[in-house]
Design a protein around this ligand. Structure first.
Ligand SMILES: *Cc1c(COP(=O)(O)O)cnc(C)c1O
Length: 365
């Protein structure tokens, strides 16, 4: 048994021991058939979680979630404008990527605690020639769930491709690429998939991948088409993959299939309901209304108690094997609790007990 820590940060998440130990394998060169067969089956499984049509495939990179987001934005944008929806820190990150690559982009802003104004989004689309819309699915800043099906309908109407940062939604929130009209979806190993950090991927429409062949590459390692094409031709990764991490990912995929995607989201949702009920009982305020909530991460206003300090609260919890996470909002002081990973509502109940004890100890001083 490895010491079990409860990670309430938004990934890497708490993993099972079987996933941890799956990394311990005999050394192998990733160009061996045994390994390339494993890669092929991972690509198939990652695709099948979000697609049943056969029109999509997964393109894998060694790197954290941001590498998949950067790969797709830098590789798919052409000469026309892309529109990037920024309603939180992760939407802002996509703007930073577009800026660094010198892409032609329009930023569409929204707040991190209320749904997007789709009416004004549509008017911006009408006034400009836009090839792609980039949007975060679950805005990890607050847990605001962006309405991907609605944006997908708008994309269909105006013949726009949609790039979704699904890094914090993939593996929990049910996604159907074709029905939702998603062209590209970025994900990673270490959040709802409950695997180790180090693998990121883009689930992409094969048609779209063939089209971007003609865009001259803006990078080498993160180029989506080159990565896709090399694997398609050779069955191998272009560059050294994180071999042991991939073995643990295969085990994590097995465990997700066994649990079922719907059941996993239900388990996470049950933890979340326990969390918000407990927060209410403690008099704490969470930021996003429940009807727009992803139920995966909750942003909470810092308690109005003299002597409160996030680092002190963090250290208190860390000593008890729990990790909590700082906020990322500019206009108010908040902290975040994620309820993903191999945890249950019982772990959240224990967390709430400790939280109550911590807050009471502050009130007494
Ligand atoms: C976690 C996350 C990422 C990736 O962050 P890394 O630090 O690269 O792991 C990207 N987008 C969203 C929405 C995320 O939650």
């Amino acid at each position: 048994m490895v010491k079990r820590n409860i990670l309430l940060n938004p990934g890497p998440a708490t993993t099972t021991d079987t996933v941890k130990y799956a990394q311990v394998v005999p050394d192998i060169c990733p160009r061996e058939k045994d390994f390339t067969d494993l890669m092929s089956s991972i690509i198939q499984d990652l695709t099948e979680f979000v697609d049943t049509s056969g029109e999509y495939t997964a393109v894998i990179f060694g790197g954290s979630g941001t590498s998949a987001v950067e790969a797709v934005i830098s590789s798919a944008a052409g000469k026309d404008s892309i529109l990037i929806i920024n309603n939180g820190a992760y939407g802002k990150r996509m703007c930073d990527i577009a800026e660094i690559y010198g892409l032609n982009f329009i930023e569409f802003k929204g707040t991190s605690y209320e749904p997007l104004d789709l009416y004004s989004l549509e008017s911006v689309i009408k006034e400009n020639s836009i090839s792609h819309i980039c949007i975060v699915h679950n805005e990890t800043t607050t847990g605001l769930l962006n309405d991907i099906p609605a944006i997908g309908k708008i994309c269909k109407k105006y013949n726009i491709m949609m790039i979704v940062d699904g890094v914090s939604s993939y593996g929990a929130i049910p996604i159907n690429m074709k029905e939702m009209n998603i062209t590209y979806l970025a994900g990673c190993s270490n959040k709802n998939l409950q695997a180790m950090p180090g693998v990121s991927f883009v689930i992409a429409s094969k048609d779209a991948l063939e089209q971007i062949k003609n865009i001259s590459p803006r990078n080498l390692y993160l180029n989506l088409y080159l990565q896709y094409d090399y694997f398609k031709r050779t069955g191998q990764m272009r560059f050294t993959p994180p071999v042991q991490t991939i073995y643990s990912l295969a085990q994590a995929i097995k465990e997700l299939k066994k649990e079922g995607l719907g059941n996993r989201y239900e388990r996470y949702s049950a933890s979340w309901r326990t969390l918000i009920k407990g927060l209410q009982e403690l008099g704490l305020t969470y930021i996003v209304p429940v009807e727009h909530h992803s139920r995966l991460i909750t942003s909470i206003l810092e308690p109005d108690i003299e002597g409160y300090n996030f680092q002190d609260m963090h250290d208190y919890f860390y000593g008890k094997g729990f990790t909590i996470y700082p906020g990322k909002l500019d206009d108010c002081n908040s902290f975040r609790i994620a309820n993903i990973g191999d945890i249950t509502s019982q772990d959240i109940e224990l967390f709430l007990k400790f939280l109550e004890a911590y807050l009471n100890s502050k009130k007494l001083c």
